[in-house]
Design a protein around this ligand. Structure first.
Ligand SMILES: Cc1ncc(COP(=O)(O)O)c(C=O)c1O
Length: 520
């Protein structure tokens, strides 16, 4: 009897090509952004292109602001610069009434340059540095102290400068809300008594004045109940600080973290079903503080540093298909993608098929958030054929440059445009100049005009901080085999070096330099 080799049982993924998840005949597309045609935007500003909608920025801000001010008497939003610090974006939020939340000297400088006075800057971050802390203290910024070293440094600054006014600070804390991993890197532990010990210490430091408490519990928090826990803890800390002898606590800062309408990897339901409204976050926070705060006393000011929920939906990335491929979906491929966190690890063997794949002219260097989120990708043109699961690769020379492991797309061809959304949060600020020039960013204004808010990079911008040491100035002489075919044959190239700066100027011909410009 002839035995067959043993094959381990496996689960096969069903091909879903015949099914149209968008229902027959209605393949969705994105041909316009705020009334501007995608193709005309690319014609004018090139591809890829980031596009922001001023209308959406303002709408989202107003929606959030309304949700909180309806429920609480004293609310102040602070725009989280790191989420997107293009000046035009910051200024939209500042015009709407937001102050600034910054985490570094660079962001502090930017906020000041955007016209925000020091006392309207919330200064966060675990590594602030002496120089900028001194400036922030002098300018009366709201310093949110992250760690003991920073606290001691502030005490030293206050003492050395013989300040008449103590430096006003808030203590940042972290806590377990029971809904997601604790961000224990930041602030003092509010669960194990550390925060209370630090309060006692602050109260003994004459140069410092405790004014508030801050907790940023994480980002993309899908469960508003997490904020009930953190609001409760902040109120408890404030009341305890007062009991221990602090002046009345002026504010509670709930940080950011509200989810945008993006979709996490492995998130089954759509953002429309999953992302809580601003009202739900506001209800959790405002109700908790109002109920926990002693009756008859004015409520503390409430600061919010929400970032992604205000800006994500306002941002689009237009990109162009540069190559069309087919990709075998064998068991080894999900393994590669799983290493990057974008696909479940393959269990056993997977049905071997071919899948359409596209290469687009934008890579993960522009879309850092593809690590966590599945951005929607829609064609700009009308398509009649059924969408099929398609892999979308970026244009970088790296295997991990996968924008979407699988997304339903109709068949597209080279030169077709696609629109990725929402991409307004963290992609601009975390983008890398890698291999390619970073693209232009435009904003479609309330005036229905397109405004460039960041120009496309070019070679001189990318190289502007580089220096070439003099001994590397000469261009390599043409190799022998090239020399004979070179039109200038034996005339060697040299760089001209500025003797004062040591900088290398445009290359010129040795002969030109020697003969005062006259070529033989
Ligand atoms: C201290 C602080 N505040 C606010 C934010 C903004 O968070 P989000 O974009 O999740 O609202 C962050 C981002 O991580 C942060 O670290």
């Amino acid at each position: 009897m002839k035995f067959q080799p043993y094959l381990a049982p496996s689960i096969q993924r069903m091909g879903h090509e015949p099914c149209n998840p968008f229902r027959l005949g209605s393949t969705p597309r994105c041909s316009e952004i705020d009334g501007m045609s995608v193709s005309s935007l690319v014609e004018e500003y090139g591809s890829p292109l980031f596009v922001f909608s001023e209308t959406t920025l303002r709408d989202r801000y107003r929606e959030a602001h309304r949700a909180f001010t309806r429920r609480y008497p004293d609310v102040q939003f602070a725009w989280s610069y790191k989420t997107n610090y293009l000046n035009a974006i910051c200024r939209v939020f500042h015009q709407e009434g937001a102050i600034a939340e910054v985490v570094s000297e660079f962001e502090y400088d930017k906020a000041r340059q955007n016209g925000i006075p020091g006392h309207d800057i919330i200064f966060n971050g675990p590594g602030k540095g002496r120089e900028i802390l001194e400036r922030a203290a002098d300018e009366e910024a709201m310093i949110q102290v992250d760690n003991l070293d920073e606290l001691l440094l502030l005490g030293e600054i206050a003492a050395q400068r013989g300040r008449t006014q103590p430096i006003a600070i808030a203590l940042r804390v972290h806590l377990d809300t029971g809904t997601h991993a604790v961000w224990s890197k930041f602030g003092f532990n509010a669960d194990n008594g550390e925060a209370l010990r630090v309060i006692r210490r602050v109260l003994q430091m004459p140069g410092l004045k405790l004014q508030g408490f801050h907790a940023h519990i994480g980002t993309f928090i899908l469960d508003p109940e997490a904020y009930r826990k953190s609001a409760t803890v902040l109120v408890q800390l404030a009341l305890e600080a007062e009991r221990l002898g602090s002046e009345p606590i002026r504010y509670l800062n709930m940080g950011g973290g509200f989810a945008s309408r993006s979709r996490l990897h492995y998130q089954y339901l759509s953002p429309e079903q999953v992302t809580p409204s601003f009202d739900r976050y506001a209800e959790a926070i405002c109700d908790t503080i109002t109920q926990a705060w002693p009756a008859g006393r004015p409520l503390p000011k409430l600061y919010l540093e929400t970032g992604r929920a205000l800006v994500d939906e306002a941002g689009y990335l237009i990109s162009t298909v540069v190559a069309v491929k087919r990709r075998p979906t064998s068991s080894s491929l999900p393994g590669v993608l799983a290493a990057y966190g974008k696909a479940a690890p393959a269990q056993g063997s997977v049905h071997e098929t071919d899948r359409p794949a596209l290469v687009i002219d934008a890579g993960v260097n522009l879309l850092y958030t593809t690590t966590w989120y599945q951005h929607s990708i829609l064609p700009a043109k009308a398509c009649v054929d059924l969408p099929a699961p398609t892999t979308v690769y970026g244009c970088l020379c790296m295997n991990i440059d996968v924008i979407r492991e699988e997304t339903p797309l109709p068949s597209l061809t080279t030169g077709d445009q696609v629109v990725l959304h929402p991409v307004g949060a963290y992609n601009i600020t975390q983008s890398m100049q890698f291999i390619t020039y970073r693209p232009a960013v435009v904003m479609i204004g309330l005036d229905h005009k397109v405004h460039i808010i960041r120009r496309r990079e070019n070679l001189s911008y990318v190289q502007q901080l580089e220096k070439t040491p003099p001994h590397l100035a000469a261009k390599p002489a043409p190799r022998k085999s090239d020399a004979s075919s070179h039109p200038l044959k034996s005339e060697p190239f040299v760089y001209v070096i500025d003797p004062r700066s040591g900088e290398v100027q445009e290359p010129s011909l040795l002969a030109t330099a020697f003969n005062g410009g006259a070529r033989r």
